[in-house]
Design a protein around this ligand. Structure first.
Ligand SMILES: *Cc1c(COP(=O)(O)O)cnc(C)c1O
Length: 393
């Protein structure tokens, strides 16, 4: 069998090469490389896709987080609540602005911020944490499944907090809210996307977007991404260069047309895994726990978009090593909770503070799930896992 890839971006490129190459050449001919019509059209298309009124293209998902926090004036003396079980950028953005991240533990089934824990935290702290004012929450839709947002929005309303959805891993993912089915980025006050090449909608370099229904915030975001300048060389507020390139936008517009079919292929691969694990009898003995689809059967299409297919596995580290010896690539998202990272040691957290997150980091294992993943690879992967657990109990 040919080599198994964790993610094969070349397969996707090959399937749309002609369209993409043509668009790139068009941008080159236009010699308009920063913002411009390609970016404006992508903004319109992604706002429509996500069900928001506005969208602002920016330089990366990390910058989308920073600029959305800047837009609501987050800085020194402020605090922002988020998950300790996420990519670094979520908490990094808060700290970069001089504010303090406050971590809140996750739900063991979804790995997403727990509304129950959030309620407890706010009940205990009110709107101040060690003298810092709690101003916002960043729920992260991890692996492609939306956070349970209704109770989070409710809490945010009661405590006057702004909600920024980190949807870097969940473009297009749906949520059955009390007000109907909503897509990631349209549920809070703002939502951010990343177009890092490995994301479900990935560019040929860095890129990101902030989406919102708020006109005022949109104007502020557009100012901020241009050094705070509306008229050239006159600066109204302190901003930066957070602009999206036209080539990226052009590529993303081609890819966006295929996104839903790719999401469907990811879900199909997830279903195949579920069936294979079932047949391999790895579930009943608790060797492997599959991802939970908490919104399935609620009339949603994108109830999960499987940016990652993450299982919990007994004896995870040894399994990973064994799979490596069988040439099965796997990955751990994430091996160390953010509250235990060296760079955040100043926040005063210690081991045991967020037990659900810590347990997850010791047990989770991501398997290849990219859209073009061959069925034969999935069969080999599950057979290899079965081999590892053979005779163990
Ligand atoms: C990828 C990612 C980001 C950052 O996006 P970049 O475009 O790589 O800067 C932020 N948050 C989460 C949860 C991510 O997965």
């Amino acid at each position: 069998m040919e080599e198994i890839s964790f993610l094969d971006l070349k397969a996707q490129y090959q399937s749309i090469k002609q369209e993409i190459d043509k668009k790139i050449l068009e941008v080159i001919s236009s010699q308009r490389f920063v913002l411009g019509p390609e970016v404006e059209n992508l903004e319109k298309e992604l706002a429509a896709y996500s069900g928001t009124e506005f969208a602002v293209g920016v330089s990366s998902g990390s910058d989308a987080l920073i600029i959305s926090l800047m837009a609501i004036g987050i800085g020194k003396g402020d605090a922002v609540i988020t998950s300790p079980f996420t990519f670094f950028a979520t908490a990094g953005a808060i700290s970069r602005l001089g504010a303090r991240p406050i971590f809140c533990d996750i739900d063991p089934d979804t790995y997403n911020l727990s509304p129950v824990k959030l309620a407890e935290l706010l009940e205990k702290e009110g709107t101040e944490f060690n003298g810092q004012k709690i101003k916002a929450i960043i729920p992260v839709h991890l692996y492609g499944q939306v956070v349970d947002m209704d109770p989070i929005n409710e809490l945010a309303k009661n405590y006057h907090l702004c909600v920024i959805e980190d949807a870097a891993q969940a473009i297009g993912s749906e949520y059955p809210s009390k007000k109907g089915i909503k897509k990631a980025c349209s549920i809070g006050d703002m939502g951010i996307l990343s177009f890092f090449p490995t994301k479900n909608l990935g560019g040929f370099g860095d890129g990101g977007m902030v989406l919102t229904n708020n006109k005022e915030l949109t104007d502020k975001l557009k100012l901020l991404r241009m050094h705070g300048s509306r008229n050239k060389y006159f600066y109204e507020i302190l901003g930066g260069n957070f602009r999206l390139d036209a080539i990226q936008a052009a590529i993303l517009r081609v890819k966006l047309k295929h996104l839903d079919s790719w999401q469907e292929m990811r879900r199909k691969n997830a279903s195949s895994y579920a069936q294979l694990f079932q047949e391999a009898e790895l579930l009943d003995d608790g060797f492997v726990i599959l991802p939970r689809n908490v919104y399935k059967d609620k009339g949603l299409t994108n109830y999960h978009t499987y940016h990652q297919y993450v299982i919990r596995a007994k004896n995870r580290d040894n399994l990973m090593e064994f799979l490596e010896s069988r040439k099965v690539p796997t990955a751990i998202y994430y091996p160390l909770s953010l509250h235990l990272q060296k760079c955040f040691s100043g926040l005063g957290y210690s081991e045991g503070d967020f037990p659900v997150s810590e347990k997850a980091s010791a047990e989770v294992l991501a398997l290849p799930v990219y859209p073009e993943l061959p069925a034969s690879h999935q069969e080999y992967i599950v057979a290899s896992i079965k081999e590892f657990y053979k005779g163990k109990n």
